[in-house]
Design a protein around this ligand. Structure first.
Ligand code: FES
Length: 137
């Protein structure tokens, strides 16, 4: 039997563009200027925040390319062996960055991946797009 010792993951889509209705975000097609992907900016911001922490992280931040939630970007997914997985969408750095990390921390400390509604940071509670059943439970 193999024991999986990998930490839970906060997967961040680095190819996302913020949805037009995500708190007034501007669609890049409205400007002539190429700009960095919103998902990459979110990944950079959260990675920087994690790097400045003194306490060890209970989860890993992993860049991924597309979570098939492109129309509701920015998107992230929480996953871990034996736990429910979650996809969150319509996220922005300005409104959600700090709470995404709080949510990932709460997720990491659950046994099943189920974070109680009242324990989810308020700004991201309603951003769940999907949840995926665990394997082997
Ligand atoms: S590009 Fe981010 S979900 Fe598809």
């Amino acid at each position: 039997m193999t024991v999986n010792t990998a930490k839970p993951r906060l997967n961040i889509c680095i190819t996302c563009r913020a949805s037009a209705d995500a708190n007034g975000a501007t669609d890049s097609r409205e400007t002539d200027q190429p700009r960095e992907r919103d998902g990459k900016l979110l990944y950079d911001a959260l990675s920087h925040e994690m790097a400045t922490r003194t306490d060890p992280a209970s989860f890993d931040i992993v860049p991924v390319e597309c979570l098939s939630n492109c129309k509701s970007g920015c998107s992230v997914a929480l996953s871990a062996a034996g736990k429910w997985g979650y996809v969150y969408g319509n996220l922005t750095i300005k409104d959600h960055a700090a709470d995404i990390l709080k949510l990932a921390e709460a997720y990491a400390h659950t046994e099943t991946g189920l974070v109680a509604w009242r324990e989810r940071p308020e700004t991201v509670r309603r951003n769940v797009i999907a949840r995926i059943p665990p394997i082997g439970v």
